[in-house]
Design a protein around this ligand. Structure first.
Ligand SMILES: C=CC1=C(C)c2cc3[nH]c(cc4nc(cc5[nH]c(cc1n2)c(C)c5CCC(=O)O)C(CCC(=O)O)=C4C)c(C)c3C=C
Ligand SMILES: [Fe+2]
Ligand SMILES: [Fe+2]
Length: 360
């Protein structure tokens, strides 16, 4: 196997640590032309589609890639921002803010960057750039609170596949999940409480998580349980009783059974029951994206209102909220133990030197 090009080994170079955030990836434009290669790469991933290759090849190339790019592009067009796809815009900004936050905590020497599992920037290209910058220790943080083989698992596959191509492998630490991280739960609860302070409380809080095929639960994927743990902890933090909230799963793909209850079924039922108001939150997504801004904020609302529901409010993801960035920094810092020690930041060092100078 040919190795990737590497920087020359030098004895005198100090160890350098990189922090790699990995998100899903998104098309380059809201057009069928851009959707096609994105969907092809995504839906060719064996972690995502587990049916036999030969059968799937015909379904994907014969049906899905002829129909879905156009339909999905129309949806992306409704949420597209001037700077690009919301998922990319948020991930880029979160990375910048995380680097800043880690710098303020004395870790200004870290190389912090993000990569996308599908599309650009690819995991391989970002790890190669980090190696060129001298990174030989790597913390990998997939941006999914709950572990699923089809999200975090495949993000880590991409990292390990790249490492297989390196002659001089960095040390690696990976984050599996943060679904029950007290800071993550507190940040979600804080966001919801702030929303309620501004708009009053709903009759029901709907917590909608991205779905996965039902058989993955039977085969040992912890995703379903981790979503329910997040839901329960969030309800506890908000002081909700079992009747005050519902956990459900969205974005079903294909005809197979997915995790239930389906979000649209729950919203339809709540509408039919003439529920006066629901608030919907998506605690399985760190960043707003197509699945939250279009499927939940727009389509979900339509389902609820058409069925007879009253008021529907979507509560944004944490995105760039300072407490969300602080949690990512906490998670990274926990992984740095024994690798790097926080250095007082430059401003603090200068202030101390000045104070010492004045004293002397
Ligand atoms: C939150 C974690 C996610 C899991 C688990 C997940 C599983 C999963 N997804 C698909 C199929 C599609 N998902 C699509 C979009 C999409 N999915 C996630 C997250 C998870 N997916 C996000 C954040 C996004 C949004 C990306 C964006 O650009 O905003 C899409 C593409 C859009 C579309 O055509 O509908 C597909 C397809 C499967 C099959 C699956 C588990 C097996
Ligand atoms: Fe998905
Ligand atoms: Fe479970």
């Amino acid at each position: 196997m040919p190795y990737l090009t590497e920087p020359e080994f030098r004895h005198d170079r100090p160890a350098r640590t990189g922090v790699l955030l990995v998100n899903l990836g998104t098309p380059e434009a809201p057009t069928a032309k851009a959707l096609r290669p994105y969907l092809k790469e995504f839906l060719s991933d064996r972690r995502v589609i587990e049916i036999p290759r030969a059968v799937w090849w015909f379904v994907l190339n014969g049906v899905i890639l002829n129909v879905r790019p156009k339909k999905s592009a129309e949806k992306y067009a409704t949420i597209w921002q001037t700077e690009g796809s919301p998922l990319l815009v948020h991930t880029r900004e979160q990375t910048r803010l995380l680097a800043e936050q880690l710098g303020q905590r004395g870790h200004g020497d870290l190389v912090v960057d993000f990569a996308m599992r599908y599309g650009a920037p690819s995991v391989e290209s970002v790890i190669q750039t980090m190696r060129a910058r001298g990174v030989d220790r790597l913390v990998v943080l997939p941006l999914y609170p709950q572990y699923a083989a089809s999200s975090s698992g495949t993000a880590l596959d991409a990292v390990f596949r790249t490492l297989m191509k390196l002659r001089n492998m960095p040390e690696v630490r990976t984050v599996r999940h943060f679904h029950d991280h007290p800071g993550y739960i507190a940040a979600l609860a804080g966001k919801i409480r702030a929303h309620w302070q501004a708009h009053g409380r709903p009759d029901k809080l709907v917590m909608s998580f991205h779905g996965v095929p039902r058989f993955t639960l039977d085969k040992g994927d912890p995703y379903h349980c981790e979503c329910h743990v997040t839901g329960r902890l969030l309800a506890e933090a908000l002081g909700l009783s079992r009747d005050d909230y519902a956990v459900c799963f969205q974005s079903r793909f294909g005809r197979a059974e997915w995790l239930k209850p389906y979000a649209f079924d729950v919203l339809r039922e709540l509408g039919r029951a003439r529920t006066r108001r629901v608030d919907v939150v998506c605690p399985g997504f760190v960043s707003d994206c197509l699945e939250t801004l279009e499927e939940i904020a727009v389509e979900g609302k339509e389902v609820f209102l058409t069925a007879g529901g009253g008021d529907y409010r979507y509560i944004d993801c944490l995105n760039e909220a300072p407490d969300a960035i602080a949690i990512l920094a906490d998670i990274v810092e926990a992984q740095l133990a024994g690798w790097t020690r926080a250095q007082p930041d430059t401003a603090a060092r200068l202030a101390r030197a000045r104070a010492l100078g004045a004293a002397g």
